[in-house]
Design a protein around this ligand. Structure first.
Ligand code: DQA
Length: 142
């Protein structure tokens, strides 16, 4: 079974109550089950994690680099300023799909730049939790 790491950055544990007008009513538990069923439909296994801690996220990326595991990453606010997360992503040896629930390009100016996008295989944004499902589809065809 091909394992995929689905890594989620700060505040994504608050889905469901966090700015529902932007992120919708789905919870982090819904995100986990969407990923698990999308993975299963492609014969993959999803290991879904969330952290509010940059160092922990970087540790997980090192783990993915060492094991050549594909990564679906929603870096959350780290997207816009964390060169440390970007540098960890640059070390990955399997595909990296950047996912955003909202469409950052249609939001505040500071969200328009992703420091991760340049080292990602591709980016999916603006489709809610469906973005994660699409990311598994993309991985299955990569
Ligand atoms: C986000 C978009 C980011 O700008 C924001 O900081 C997040 C979530 C998204 O999934 O839409 O925390 O990555």
């Amino acid at each position: 079974m091909n394992a995929v790491l689905v890594l989620n950055g700060p505040n994504l544990n608050r889905l469901g109550t966090r700015e529902p007008g932007i992120y919708g009513a789905s919870t982090f538990a819904d995100l986990v089950s969407a990923c698990e069923s999308a993975a299963a439909s492609h014969g993959m296994l999803a290991d879904v994690r969330q952290t509010n801690d940059e160092a922990e996220l970087i540790g997980w990326l090192h783990e993915a680099a060492d094991s050549s595991t594909p990564v679906i990453l929603n870096p959350a606010a780290f997207t816009h300023y964390s060169y440390a997360v970007r540098d960890a992503c640059a070390m990955l040896t399997a595909p990296l799909i950047e996912v955003h629930i909202s469409n950052p390009a249609a939001r505040e100016e500071f969200r328009h730049n992703s420091v991760i996008a340049g080292v990602a295989t591709g980016t999916i944004a603006g489709f809610g939790l469906t973005g994660y499902v699409l990311a598994f589809q993309a991985l299955a065809q990569t």
